[in-house]
Design a protein around this ligand. Structure first.
Ligand SMILES: Cc1ncc(COP(=O)(O)O)c(C=O)c1O
Length: 354
């Protein structure tokens, strides 16, 4: 019984054509900016997102770290989503490497409530003199799509509003867009439109886009040059990186539009989970991530997780009674149907043992 692995879209494997493109990539030494494929990827990315420049980095985590370290001085403060990857899952680089105090703020459905931001303004901004005691707030970060909130999209109107809020307070506005193209496809807008209000964006070439690694950061030329310096500082400079950049180029050229297929399959999975008795808010399924809650009449979350594993349906351990299921290009509608059939044997568990 082959496993059906719904743990993450980080599991995508490079397809044969991507591998061929990698194998035949023209390369040079990127320390000297002489790798033509890396340069092509950076130019292509800057144009795609409508920004002056882009930098190829090793990972989404490195993209966030460099974006923030290059723009915000140590000793500052940052507003971050309390359920964001940046806050919870990046080893604390904001504190340890960037020297920044985080102010985590809840983001139901992925969004800060403007009332939370306006009324409970935590610390003085860069341009506003407050108590000498407080770190100065210099950055606001968002995540689009928001992974921890179920792949929710931040739309243009919201981004514009938050962009204005940031500009009026002289805050740097950064987007962790690890899954930015999922948002663009789901919202039916260009990624460049979603990027427009931001000073910096980091997005992943791995995950749904299917490259074996790598991420990009984009913004204005000075910022990217500063980030290049910090990339070197943290040991992220590469030599003949064109081999990996070729995968990124292929991912951006070939794998953006098809993300919509993942979203359709995710909805199919969400509807299936609902019919098996799990609690799912279908209106919250906007991209490739499905959050499902285990009702109390089913086995405990830990038991349910073990039973899923026994049935070879792989998901990460639950948070409370919440399970996350993630769809990507290497999972088909048939895989999802099979997973649902296997899960059906578990959701009947309580009937079997009553
Ligand atoms: C929202 C988000 N941001 C950043 C990252 C980090 O990406 P990487 O694994 O490439 O460091 C992830 C990884 O899953 C993510 O989900």
């Amino acid at each position: 019984m082959p496993p059906i692995d719904l743990r993450s879209d980080t599991l995508t494997a490079p397809c044969k054509t991507m591998r061929t493109r990698m194998a035949t990539a023209e390369v040079g030494d990127d320390y000297y900016r002489e790798d033509p494929t890396v340069r092509e990827l950076e130019d292509y990315t800057a144009e795609l997102l409508g920004k002056e420049a882009a930098l190829f980095v090793l990972s989404g985590t490195m993209g966030n770290l460099l974006s923030i370290r290059a723009q915000v001085p140590p000793g500052s403060a940052a507003l971050v989503s309390s359920s964001s990857h940046l806050h919870l899952n990046e080893t604390g680089h904001l504190a340890s490497i960037c020297g920044i105090t985080s102010h985590p703020v809840p983001t139901p459905a992925g969004k800060y409530l403007m009332t939370d931001l306006e009324k409970n303004w935590p610390v003085p901004t860069g341009s506003q003199r407050g108590s000498v005691l407080n770190p100065r707030l210099k950055l606001i970060a968002i995540e689009n799509t928001h992974n921890g909130e179920g792949g929710r999209c931040l739309d243009l109107a919201y981004l514009d509003k938050l962009g204005r809020f940031a500009r009026e307070r002289a805050l740097t506005f950064h987007m962790d867009g690890a899954r930015l193209f999922n948002a663009a496809v789901s919202l039916g807008v260009e990624a460049s439109a979603l990027a427009a209000p931001l000073d910096s964006i980091s997005f992943c070439l791995s995950k749904g886009l299917g490259a074996p690694g790598g991420a990009m950061i984009v913004g204005d030329r000075d910022f990217i040059e500063e980030a290049r310096h910090w990339r070197q500082m943290v040991g992220g400079g590469m030599r003949q990186a064109g081999v990996l950049a070729a995968a990124g180029l292929f991912a951006l050229e070939q794998n953006i539009d098809r993300l919509g297929e993942d979203h359709v399959i995710a909805r199919r999975l969400a509807e299936g989970l609902l019919s098996l008795g799990l609690t799912v808010d279908l209106s919250a399924v906007e991209t490739n991530i499905v959050m499902a809650y285990l009702p109390s009449h089913l086995p405990s979350p830990a038991t349910f997780h073990q039973l899923l594993t026994d049935e070879n349906v792989l998901v990460l351990p639950p948070k409370g009674n919440r399970f996350r299921f993630v769809i990507h290009k290497d999972l088909s509608a048939d895989d999802v149907d099979l997973a649902l059939t296997r899960m059906g044997t578990i959701t009947n568990y309580d009937r079997r043992f009553r």
